[in-house]
Design a binder for this molecule. Structure first.
Ligand code: PHE
Length: 337
């Protein structure tokens, strides 16, 4: 208590004196550390009061030091010296990576119609990446996606792979949840491909899955029209018959890139039909693999590469730019949310 009175009475004539005061109380060998050290030997019934007083002292000294410091600082720099026309210091803002901002836009568009987000591991077992998706061992369609295998995985009695698509997340989700299901699974995927301007061994996908009673191909088509219009502006799409083991029927979605789209100021090169994603009605075998009754439920799935969509939106010529971390590239996306 005596220290408190002393501290309260303290007045300083210079900044150096304030510093001296600070060291006396708050320094390593200062009064406060000393008091804290004594705490152990204080009788139990006095500990509470002792603690309160020491704390009070600490708060007081801290406030005092801060106030006094400030008063000396503002005295030494008199206001008449201020140059009010001097420009402020520029704050460097970072920017969102184009892959992330396109992903966020896509997630937002689908969230408006009830799709929620789901996640899964990038290192995946054979069942979730292939077999459950109607791609049993030795199925020729496994070669559609060149796969990275984890070497020691045979020891576990199953292949372990870097996931080649985020369809694996949909399997995981269906194993845990019964319909109705409406999920979007964005994430990194890997394929054993040579790196070039057009392809990469690592890229990002967003896949969607919708399972409920009476879901039809018309629902799929309508959902895709809604999506492409929300992302690209008024646009035309077409569905071309295709093949995926996990959907039947399957289709590839093209968007028309040309004078009729509202966004054509962006399109300096390439008009015509451009492929943006794969889709289809979930194969009954896939539903059976996750214990969903295909007699009761139907659904659709779709999947797209985010890099590819971003290439179109920003007219980026080379997929490698995304991962080179060249600041001149990244800085061009400062206006993106
Ligand atoms: N998983 C497919 C791919 O990676 C894309 C896809 C998803 C196709 C869903 C159809 C339905 O190529």
């Amino acid at each position: 208590k005596q220290y408190i009175q002393e501290a309260q009475a303290f007045e300083a004539k210079s900044a150096a004196e304030v510093e001296e005061f600070r060291i006396k109380y708050l320094g390593k060998k200062g009064i406060l550390n000393d008091l804290f050290a004594q705490f152990k030997s204080v009788p139990n019934e006095l500990k509470k009061e002792f603690g309160q007083v020491v704390n009070e002292l600490k708060v007081l000294v801290n406030e005092k030091v801060a106030n006094l410091k400030e008063s000396f600082e503002s005295k030494s720099e008199s206001k008449s010296d201020w140059d009010l026309t001097r420009p402020g210091e520029i704050m460097e803002l970072g920017s969102r990576h184009p892959i992330n901002s396109v992903k966020n836009r896509i997630v937002e568009i689908f969230s408006r119609i009830g799709f929620t987000h789901s996640d899964g591991p990038e290192i995946e077992d054979d069942w979730h990446n292939f077999t459950a998706l109607n791609l049993p061992e030795h199925h020729p369609a496994r070669d559609m996606q060149d796969t990275f295998f984890i070497e020691q995985s045979r020891d576990f009695g199953t292949d372990v792979v870097l996931r080649t698509h985020t369809s694996s997340v949909q399997i995981r989700y269906m194993e845990e949840n019964q319909p109705p299901i409406r999920i979007l699974s964005p994430g990194r995927v890997y394929r054993n491909e040579a790196i070039s301007a057009r392809s990469h061994m690592m890229f990002h996908q967003i896949e969607g899955l919708y399972i409920d009673k009476n879901v039809s191909f018309a629902d799929l088509r309508q959902t895709l029209s809604y999506f492409t219009e929300a992302l690209f502006g008024k646009s035309k799409i077409r569905l071309r018959p295709s093949y995926f083991p996990f959907t039947e029927p399957s289709a590839e979605v093209d968007v028309y890139w040309g004078l009729e789209t509202e966004t054509d100021y962006r399109m300096t090169k390439g008009t015509g039909w451009l492929e943006i994603m794969g889709c289809g009605m979930v194969d009954p075998n896939v539903l059976r693999n996750v214990n969903i009754d295909p007699e009761e439920y139907t659904g659709f799935a779709f999947g797209m590469g985010i890099e590819r969509i971003a290439l179109l939106l920003y007219q980026i010529g080379d997929i490698r730019l995304y991962t080179e971390n060249d600041i001149r590239f990244l800085e061009q996306f400062k206006s993106e949310l």
